[in-house]
Design a protein around this ligand. Structure first.
Ligand SMILES: NC(=O)c1ccc[n+]([C@@H]2O[C@H](COP(=O)([O-])OP(=O)(O)OC[C@H]3O[C@@H](n4cnc5c(N)ncnc54)[C@H](O)[C@@H]3O)[C@@H](O)[C@H]2O)c1
Length: 355
C-alpha cells in the first residue's frame, strides 16, 4: 500500500513503513502511548531526535536514552541500566519503546521492551542496512551472555517498523557491505530475479542510490517477513534463513568479523560443500561468489589457526539444536534445502575458506 509518507508493507502481525523521510512520520503511525522511551546509539542520535520531534507533535512525554556502541549495548548490565532509567521515567505498560539504531540497539532495546513490566509496546527504527533488511524483522530480541552471542532473549514482535532509506546515507561503505550479505542471501535461497537485479545494480546500491536501496530493502523485508510468518519460532522453513550461518556464526565469534562479512564467508563454504555433494553447479557457485565480491565482501578469512576454535563453536551451536548438524545448501540459484551433514563435511567446507 502506498502512503503519503512511504510504502506501508503489511507483514501480517505488524506493518513496515518504508520510504524516504519516514522518520518524520513516526508520530502519525506509532501506537498510542503517553510516554516514548527512545533508545539510540551515538551514531543514530540525530535520527532519534527526528523521531522525538515527530512524537512531540502529538504531545507525548519523551525520554532519549543513549546506549554504548556495538555489542557493548547487548551486555546484561547495560539492560539493567535501561531498567533503572525506565523506573526514573515512570514508564507504564501502555508506553512505547523506540529502538533507533543498528541491530545492536534493536536487539537490546527489544529485549528490554519484552521484559520490562512484562512487555511494553515496541517500535523498531533501524538505521543500518543490516538492521533494515534483517534484524528488525522477525521478532528475535536478545542479549549476549559473556562471549556467547544472543544467548538470552525472546521472540517479541514490534507494533511497527519504520525504515527510512535516507538514514542509510550516513553509513560508511563497510556497513553497506555488511548488510548486503543478508540481501544477497535472500536472492540465493529464494529469488533468482532478485539476484539478477543485484548483479545488474550492485554499483548503484553501493553508491547508496536511494531508488536502488529502496528496492533492496523492500524485497528483503518482504522475503524475511514471508518466511517468518510461516515459521515464527524456527521449527522449519525459517531455518533456510541460516544460509551461511552454520559456519558463519563460528567465524564471526572466533575471528571477530562483522556479521555480514562472516556470513559471506560462510555462504562461500556452504557453496563449496553443495558443489562437492553434487547439489549445485560450479557455475552457480561462481555467480554467488562474484556477487559477494562485488558487494565488497571477502570469500575467505585469513586465520587458518582458528579452525579448531570455529569447529568448537559449531559443535556448541549443534548442542543448542538437538544434536543435529544441519546446513542450508543451495541446489540452484533461488532455491535451497536443509541438509544434515557430518562434522567432517563441515570441517572440509571450513578448511576451504580459511587462509
Ligand atoms: N534479531 C535478529 O534477528 C538479528 C539478525 C541479524 C543480526 N542481529 C544482530 O545485529 C547486530 C549487528 O547489527 P548492526 O550491524 O546494525 O550493528 P550495530 O548496531 O553495531 O551498527 C553498526 C555500526 O553502525 C553505526 N550506525 C548505526 N546507524 C548508523 C547510521 N545511520 N549512520 C552511520 N552509522 C550508523 C553504529 O553506531 C555501529 O557503530 C548483532 O548484534 C547481531 O547479532 C540480530
Amino acid at each position: 500500500m502506498t502512503h503519503a509518507s512511504g510504502l506501508l508493507l503489511d507483514l501480517g502481525q505488524y506493518p513496515v513503513l518504508l520510504g524516504r523521510g519516514t522518520l518524520k512520520a513516526c508520530g502519525t503511525h506509532a501506537p498510542i502511548c503517553s510516554r516514548a522511551f527512545i533508545i539510540h546509539q551515538a551514531a543514530s542520535k540525530k535520527y532519534a531526535q527526528t523521531v522525538a520531534e515527530s512524537l512531540d507533535e502529538r504531545k507525548t512525554d519523551l525520554a532519549l536514552v543513549e546506549v554504548p556502541d556495538g555489542e557493548k549495548a547487548k551486555e546484561l548490565d547495560q539492560v539493567e541500566v535501561l531498567y533503572e532509567k525506565a523506573l526514573d521515567a515512570k514508564l507504564e505498560r501502555t508506553d512505547a519503546v523506540f529502538a533507533v539504531g543498528g541491530g545492536c540497539v534493536g536487539d537490546a532495546a527489544g529485549f528490554f521492551a519484552a521484559t520490562y513490566l512484562r512487555g511494553l509496546q515496541l517500535v523498531h527504527v533501524p538505521t543500518t542496512l543490516l538492521a533494515q533488511v534483517d534484524s528488525s524483522i522477525g521478532g528475535k530480541v536478545g542479549v549476549n551472555l559473556g562471549a556467547t552471542k544472543n544467548m538470552v532473549g525472546s521472540f517479541y514482535q514490534p507494533e511497527l517498523v519504520v525504515d527510512d532509506i535516507d538514514a542509510l546515507q550516513s553509513l560508511p561503505p563497510m556497513q553497506i557491505s555488511n548488510g548486503l550479505a543478508e540481501v544477497i542471501k535472500y536472492g540465493l535461497i529464494r529469488d533468482s530475479d532478485f539476484l539478477r537485479y543485484l548483479e545488474k545494480n550492485m554499483d548503484a546500491v553501493q553508491a547508496k542510490d536511494p531508488g536502488a536501496l529502496l528496492h533492496v530493502v523492500q524485497q528483503s523485508v518482504q522475503h524475511k517477513g514471508t518466511v517468518v510468518a510461516q515459521d515464527e519460532r524456527e521449527a522449519g522453513s525459517r531455518m533456510t534463513l541460516n544460509y551461511g550461518h552454520t559456519l558463519g556464526h563460528g567465524i564471526e565469534t572466533v575471528c571477530g568479523l562483522p556479521h555480514g562479512f562472516a556470513i559471506a564467508i560462510g555462504m562461500h563454504a556452504a557453496g563449496i560443500l553443495a558443489v562437492e555433494k553434487g547439489l549445485l553447479e560450479k557455475q552457480d557457485l561462481e555467480r554467488q561468489n562474484d556477487l559477494i565480491q562485488a558487494a565488497g565482501l571477502a570469500l575467505v578469512a585469513k586465520t587458518k589457526a582458528d579452525a579448531e576454535g570455529i569447529m568448537e563453536k559449531v559443535r556448541n551451536d549443534k548442542k543448542r539444536t538437538a544434536g543435529k548438524l544441519r546446513m542450508v545448501l543451495l541446489d540452484k540459484i533461488g532455491n535451497c534445502r536443509i541438509v544434515e551433514v557430518t562434522e567432517k563435511d563441515a570441517q572440509f567446507a571450513l578448511e576451504q575458506v580459511l587462509e
